[in-house]
Design a protein around this ligand. Sequence first.
Ligand code: FAD
Length: 421
Amino acid sequence: MSIDHLVVVGAGLAGIRACESARREGYLGALTLVGAEEHLPYDRPPLSKELLMGPDEPVIPELREREFLVDELGIEIRTGAPAVGLDVESRKLATAAGDIGYDALIIAVGAHARRLPGSDGVGGIHTVRTYADTQSIWRALRSSSRVVVVGAGFIGAEVASAARKLGLSATIVEAAPAPLTRSLGIEGGALCADLHAANGTELILGVGVEGFRTGIVQTGDLQTGESRVTGVVLSDGRVLDADLVVVGVGAIPSTQWLADSVVALNDRDGGVECDEYLAALGVDGTPIPGVWAAGDVAHWPNGLFDRRMRLEHWTSAAEQGALAARNALSDGDLTAYQTVPYFWSDWYGARLQFVGVPHTDELLVQHRADKTGGTVVLYREADTLAGVLTIGRPDLIMKYRRLVSKRASWADGVAFGAAHC
Ligand SMILES: Cc1cc2nc3c(=O)[nH]c(=O)nc-3n(C[C@H](O)[C@H](O)[C@H](O)COP(=O)(O)OP(=O)(O)OC[C@H]3O[C@@H](n4cnc5c(N)ncnc54)[C@H](O)[C@@H]3O)c2cc1C
């Protein structure tokens, strides 16, 4: 079918890369970008990093200027218009601002932050996913003294790191026995725990959060009536005093609006099930004509590792957005998406980077021979090098990514590390 109207739903990283890729491929037809937020597409990694620490109110890290999107790429931008439904038979996307017909549709709606029960409507409890979240936390960090972060994942660690940099006390509470178990495994995560200790962040592991203590805000003689957090109640009975709580306990694909459609959603997290070309699957398990997905929302079979994945990483969101557009416009000449997962995170001035998968039969820690700093952790799965974590060794990580993509043997990975550490 000839495509005269490509609609990209989700004005984030994967969405903008899809639009750019469509034009790069020579597509001249109508191109509409639909976004739930009022903003143009912006970048999320800085939201939990430098934007929290700067002296000035955070400026939105837009990925592209409006003039470029509209004049150069010829995109019709419809922001502040969340998608609310999808009819694949009549090829219509329903949005809060009206229906939009499409010939091809790319679902790139990302994910939203998971919240904890009892936190809604309580002042001083935040999540970090949007620019608005970062604006609120930036202000809160400047009027708080005791910060509790719930969840020792990457985003929680970055917020704790910002709080320490600003001279505040920071405590992280994590229900798992180590930080980052999902991303790095228990042993790999445990290695990162040292960074918190070395920078004065208290890390409480293996303890859940039962709820929050709150109080009514009083300003002078006036009670504003606003309920604000004063403490975090832990599952072991302890109560941590807190005037700022940041909850970093994961993200949920933003697919509620697809619940009544024929798009197959993952049983566990509601992400969009795709084939290897990022075509969205219907509930009957076959690709839905003209519907694709990309970014944090997409589950797909990664042929390089022979397993289905859904990644929440910047690099894969960008790559998937570009490829989904190429495949959508390709007239049948499809390219499978295969990748070595890669992400980075910045803590206390150190850069952590990971490539591959954290499934492991053995972990090998290599330090720089001359002790000038930097750590490399190799993950073995059977007799292959499955993953590599580096702390403070940005010079090595892409070399390891190439090794993992070639499915290098464990012996080759160890030898490479010995030669370069
Ligand atoms: C605070 C933070 C820090 C991060 N740091 C790193 C890092 O250091 N390294 C790394 O590798 N990755 C990092 N990531 C992950 C990376 O930013 C994401 O993987 C990437 O943004 C995903 O892009 P996306 O386009 O799939 O989703 P998003 O960026 O979430 O964009 C999706 C867009 O769709 C919109 N949307 C949602 N629902 C609808 C709807 N119904 N209709 C229309 N639009 C909708 C959303 O408003 C959003 O603008 C970080 C993420 C966050 C939140």
